[in-house]
Design a protein around this ligand. Structure first.
Ligand code: NOJ
Length: 549
């Protein structure tokens, strides 16, 4: 097998570290992280300038959401050229500089790969449209004739995840499939050219030196044979709960086995991370079998309320599902597709992950901080979404006319409020776009955003930023944190979670009232003031404490 002379992945190739098993991976949403050229849109130069901030925060790796050439119909998840950087984000030279700087700082870099669909501006799709029915290029997507007397009805009853039919008719009368926006036609993964192209794209970025890929819609590439009808009109409700003819088909696994082979040709422990919305954690585990991907996002955990019993059930199920396949569990509370957890926890449970209401912000922040300490104490890898280290809430008051999320535009009345977690983050207390850049910001920042900025929080021991910094520093030093695949539950009152990992104990009070327990050890860290006396400790409401034992 060839060893490629790729730009070295960080830190040194040749040593086997399994770095990813307990890694804390920070998601950068490039549009909204930092704007280097003052055009109101974040870019690679902006990210590069802030890499020291991420190193000092204490994360191990950065995952960058898409920065490829794209008409931005879905904020870059509609890729026109997989080997080019969109000019709004910079150039390949900027990407190279970013990778080198990150590696020099000891940070790994994971990039987003979008293999389920391309942009409708992708060369293949444009040629397919131009060449008309019968063109071999049409076979690389899902083109079909419609139903009805004149083909005026879509070929089947599938609905787009963003609302409306999953089919759009072209002027020549054929229809094409798009599980997301019409500007995102689905590739046909039955076609060998699609396989060859994506293995080549993987190599392109591996040669550039990336440490891995977050694979978008990893559960969607293969569709059930014959594209059968679902027979129901409330399909959005089934997503993530049932195996659909377009999601989580067994055929996808062969693709990831072939990608894993490509990665193993490269030095430096490069990884694949599945964005796979599966009905159960067991089905998610299938994506991370030894010869497939390395990690899969734990969306069951993300959807869990701040409730001890629920959390324990999901934690146990996640660890149990991953153990037989030897993959680390992963944990995540926020990302660019869901309401930030400080706002989810500020609202009553059961409202889902896309909210329009601010709720009780103080309560949400307190729970968010406690939830973070719990997450960072669990065995496995954790994902942090930019701005959560500032305790940012979702911006729920964005007026409709500034929203850009295609699911908002298409879903008319359904979910689709992802813009609220994508508002550019505040770096300084004042100034244009609160230090995001020298110009404005592509989504309006709310007043008061500066009080939550990096500048405002730095050095304040009570701030959320300093809590994250401390937690990540302790996590690096404390044996057992983030490592392994199991934990030992300790007896605890109702509503309290307590577990041990080697010489470490974590206690989390998810109730709204103080609870007394026996002192388990020496306090390492806590998200609120905690008092101990006579061997007892009063755990305040919504508080997680880390103990050395
Ligand atoms: C998942 C991404 O996280 C989301 O932002 C995007 O809209 C869809 N996949 C489609 O690519």
């Amino acid at each position: 097998m060839t060893q490629h002379l790729a730009a070295p992945a960080a830190p040194a190739s040749g040593t086997h570290t399994d770095w990813w098993r307990g890694a804390v991976i920070y998601q950068v949403y490039p549009r909204s992280f930092a704007d280097g050229n003052g055009d109101g849109m974040g870019d690679l130069d902006g990210v590069r300038a802030r890499l020291p901030y991420l190193r000092d925060l204490g994360v191990d790796a950065v995952w960058l959401s898409p920065f490829y050439s794209s008409p931005q119909a879905d904020a870059g998840y509609d890729v026109a050229d997989y080997r080019a950087i969109d000019p709004m984000f910079g150039s390949l030279l900027d990407a190279d500089a970013l990778l080198r700087d990150a590696h020099d700082l000891g940070l790994r870099v994971i990039v987003d790969l979008v293999p389920n669909h391309s942009s409708d501006q992708h060369d293949w799709f444009q040629r397919a449209l131009r060449e008309g029915p019968g063109s071999p290029l049409r076979e690389r997507y899902h083109f079909r004739t419609g139903k009805g007397e004149h083909g005026e009805l879509p070929p089947n009853d599938w609905e787009s995840v963003f609302g409306g039919p999953a089919w759009t008719r072209t002027p020549d009368g054929e229809w094409y499939l798009h599980l997301f926006a019409p500007a995102q036609p689905d590739f046909n993964w039955e076609h060998p050219a699609v396989h060859d192209e994506f293995r080549s794209i993987l190599r392109f970025w591996l040669d550039m030196g990336v440490d891995g890929f977050r694979v978008d819609v990893a559960h969607g590439l293969v569709k059930a044979e014959g594209l059968p009808d679902i027979g129901r009109s409330d399909q959005l409700k089934l997503l993530g709960n049932d195996v659909m003819p377009f999601f989580d088909q067994d055929g996808v696994h062969e693709i990831y086995r072939s990608w894993r082979k490509v990665l193993t040709e490269y030095a430096g422990e490069r990884i694949l991370v599945a964005e796979a919305w599966t009905p159960t954690v067991e089905r998610a585990a299938a994506y991370v079998r030894q010869d497939e991907m390395h990690q899969a996002f734990n969306f069951q955990y993300l959807g869990t309320h701040w409730d001890a019993a629920e959390l324990r059930e999901v934690i146990d199920a996640s660890l149990a599902a991953m153990r037989p396949v030897g993959a680390p569990a992963t944990w995540v509370l926020s990302n660019h597709d869901v309401t930030r957890h400080a706002t989810r926890f500020a609202n009553p449970p059961g409202l889902g992950t896309q909210l329009r209401t601010a709720g009780d912000r103080a309560l949400g922040l307190r729970r968010a901080r406690a939830a973070t300490l719990l997450m960072l104490a669990l065995p496995g890898s954790a994902y942090v979404y930019q701005g959560e280290e500032l305790g940012l809430p979702d911006v729920t008051e964005l007026p409709d006319e500034v929203r850009q999320d295609p699911s908002f535009v298409r879903a008319s009345g359904q979910d689709g409020f992802r813009d609220g977690c994508r508002v550019p983050i505040p770096w300084t207390t004042e100034g244009s776009s609160y230090g995001f850049g020298a110009g404005g910001s592509w989504l309006p920042q709310p007043t008061g955003w500066g009080e939550l900025s990096v500048q405002a929080q730095t050095g304040d021991p009570a701030s959320t930023l300093e809590l994250y910094r401390s937690a990540l520093a302790v996590r690096r030093e404390q044996p057992g944190l983030g490592a392994g695949d199991s934990l030992e539950w300790l007896e605890a009152p109702e509503g309290v979670l307590a577990f041990r990992r080697e010489s470490f104990v974590c206690t989390a009070n998810t109730t709204g009232a103080a609870v007394r327990i026996a002192v388990p050890g020496r306090i390492l860290l806590s998200n609120a003031e905690v008092e101990t006396a006579d061997g007892k400790v009063e755990l305040p409401a919504d508080t997680t404490v880390w103990w050395a034992v």
